[in-house]
Write a new protein. Structure first.
Length: 215
């Protein structure tokens, strides 16, 4: 089960020996979708009951892992950890779907969380969703990590669409291979301004956010 509380690690975790095979994260189809819903419109987000919440994230200094080299006494973590399943964002600012493209953050090295819940309807603008593969596609300027129900699907050395894909490239995350009406997905998008080592004079914003259906 995904964690709904965060415990900051205090020591490194060595890899399993022998290694534990990790499944390849699901990859979205490359063929055209049969139906697309734009979440950056009021009607599109409303179709899924989506209410977007946002809050700036900060890097905070914290103790280094206990088995770090002795010269490393501190390191950094992110606050808040809004990827957690059931995270309480009730006091966060609400963002209209049509305002997801607004420039947020202070520029340079900055981070912003966006959260919402998507509930699959029986019918989306004339499309019967039951049994279709559903893919969440977001393209954040400049990078994003996409958590679904408290999980960031990833596997070392393999394509992992929920993680950073490249400079201004979309994350295409499979929500489920066959959805049913009423299926609910808790989404947390961690938006990152970058490149981090070349702190840019720009801001964070959504280029696109949509749900694609495939059969």
């Amino acid at each position: 089960m995904p964690a709904n509380t965060y415990t900051r690690p205090t020591a490194s975790i060595p890899p399993a020996n022998p290694p534990v095979p990790i499944a390849q994260p699901a990859i979205a189809p490359l063929v055209p979708p049969v139906h697309v819903v734009d979440l950056m419109t009021a009607a599109g987000s409303a179709a899924f009951g989506a209410r977007w919440k946002t809050k700036e994230a900060k890097l905070v200094e914290c103790p280094a892992l206990s088995d770090s080299m002795p010269e490393y006494r501190t390191t950094y973590d992110v606050e808040p950890h809004a990827e957690l399943l059931g995270f309480d964002d009730a006091k966060w600012a609400e963002v209209a779907a049509t305002d997801l493209g607004a420039r947020r953050g202070g520029g340079m090295v900055s981070f912003v969380w966006f959260r919402t819940t998507l509930t699959i309807p029986a019918n989306v603008a004339g499309f019967a969703a039951a049994g279709a593969k559903a893919v969440l596609t977001v393209n954040v300027d400049d990078y994003a990590e996409v958590w679904v129900d408290g999980v960031l699907p990833r596997a070392a050395g393999r394509p992992s669409p929920a993680t950073i894909q490249g400079f201004n490239m979309p994350n295409r995350v499979v929500l489920r291979d066959a959805v049913a009406a009423g299926d609910r997905f808790e989404i947390a998008v961690f938006a990152i301004n970058g490149p981090i080592s070349a702190a840019p004079a720009n801001f964070l914003w959504f280029r696109e956010a949509k749900v694609e259906f495939y059969r």
